[in-house]
Design a protein around this ligand. Structure first.
Ligand code: NAD
Length: 323
């Protein structure tokens, strides 16, 4: 049976997902919705059976869809998810799941009540190398972790504004927070310091802090810090280093490096994580077997709470307890 997929959001990542989906067997990219009909029709053009719509309601009224990918900016969550929950249509939503706690919490409760199938785009979880790190950690004692997302500021208009993106820790560095939670478990307490050093004087409309460091106590007793900046033009990096009783595991988007006494082993990240993420979600839509989905809405909510707590701590100057 061919699955009919709709895409909410006609920007970079909606198109990226559509291309990957169209290359899969028995998948039809059938509909796009965006903030204007023109943009949605332009996004739909490359796909034989696809149509464009100017709202989620119009798309769902007119197209019979088996699942929807939500690729809207962080502030544009709520209406789309709740419309899908109401109709019982499974969705894959890109991270972050919102810019506050109230909206994702409402969605989470609605998803839970309906028992709806969901997936969230934390793609680091779908890398072979991450999977291998998880296997290695099963026989080691994690002590502490250092993570980072260091780079320049993305160009999309909504990213620089704290209210529309949630800021770098919520929007981007959430990937590293989620990777840490996936490998090391839940976070009990968060303390954050953010700063505004350079970007707001260089570019118009920047309200997101451009540097930050977040210290966390984990439920296991391990401790971690994750830092980020969006103000460097060169020398960027993103990843997580986990210090254990046998040495260090270094994880990036490209590889896992396992450093032990007299031994350094590198595992290249060989698979495309977005493809595996799609396969896991669509297998679940087709069969009801959700066991391959590695990030559900309920789980992503826990990552979101950590990033929200970091924003709160940076604002108040006080640690925030999560559990
Ligand atoms: N997992 C990843 O590696 C990864 C990479 C890039 C982006 N993303 C995420 O994907 C999301 C989208 O990012 P992007 O780079 O495609 O942004 P973008 O600005 O290029 O595209 C967003 C699109 O959403 C549309 N939109 C805005 N409000 C809408 C609404 N209410 N209903 C329908 N459409 C609406 C906009 O018109 C635009 O077409 C972000 O949350 C981002 O973090 C994830």
């Amino acid at each position: 049976m061919t699955l009919r997929i709709g895409i909410a959001g006609t920007g970079w990542f909606g198109r990226m997902h559509a291309e990957k989906l169209a290359a899969m067997e028995d998948i039809s990219v059938s509909a796009f919705c965006g903030t204007s009909l023109e943009k949605a029709e332009t996004a739909a053009k490359p796909y034989r059976d696809a149509r464009g719509y100017d709202s989620i309601e119009a798309m769902l009224e007119d197209s019979k869809l088996d699942a929807v990918y939500i690729c809207t900016p962080p502030f544009a969550h709520g209406e789309i998810e709740l419309a899908l929950v109401e109709r019982g249509i499974p969705f894959l939503v890109e991270k972050p799941i919102g810019v506050d706690e109230a909206t994702p919490n409402r969605i989470r409760q609605a998803v839970r009540e309906k028992g709806l199938l969901t997936s969230v785009g934390y793609h680091f979880r779908y890398m072979d190398s991450t999977n291998h790190a998880k296997e290695l950690l099963a026989n080691r004692t994690p002590l502490m972790a250092l993570g980072q997302w260091m780079g320049s500021m993305p160009g999309v208009y909504w990213w620089r504004n704290m209210e529309t993106s949630g800021g770098q820790f919520v929007e981007q560095t959430t990937h590293i927070v989620d990777l840490m939670r996936y490998l090391l478990g839940d976070v009990n307490e968060v303390y954050a310091a953010y700063g505004d050093r350079y970007m707001s004087s260089k570019e118009e409309g920047v309200t997101a802090p451009d540097v930050g460091t977040v210290t966390m106590k984990l439920a296991s007793g391990a401790v971690a810090t994750i830092s980020n900046t969006c103000a460097i033009p060169a020398g960027g990096s993103a990843g997580l280093q986990i210090y254990t009783n046998t040495g260090v595991l270094q994880i990036t988007g490209d590889a896992l490096v396992d450093i032990e006494t007299d031994q350094k082993t590198e595992y290249k990240a060989s698979n495309n994580p977005y493809v595996r993420e799609n396969e896991a979600f669509l297998h679940a839509v087709r069969t009801g077997d959700s066991s391959r989905i590695l990030s559900t809405y309920e789980d992503a909510w826990e990552t979101h709470r950590v990033t929200m707590a970091a924003n709160e701590s940076a604002r108040t100057g006080l640690p925030v307890k999560l559990r």
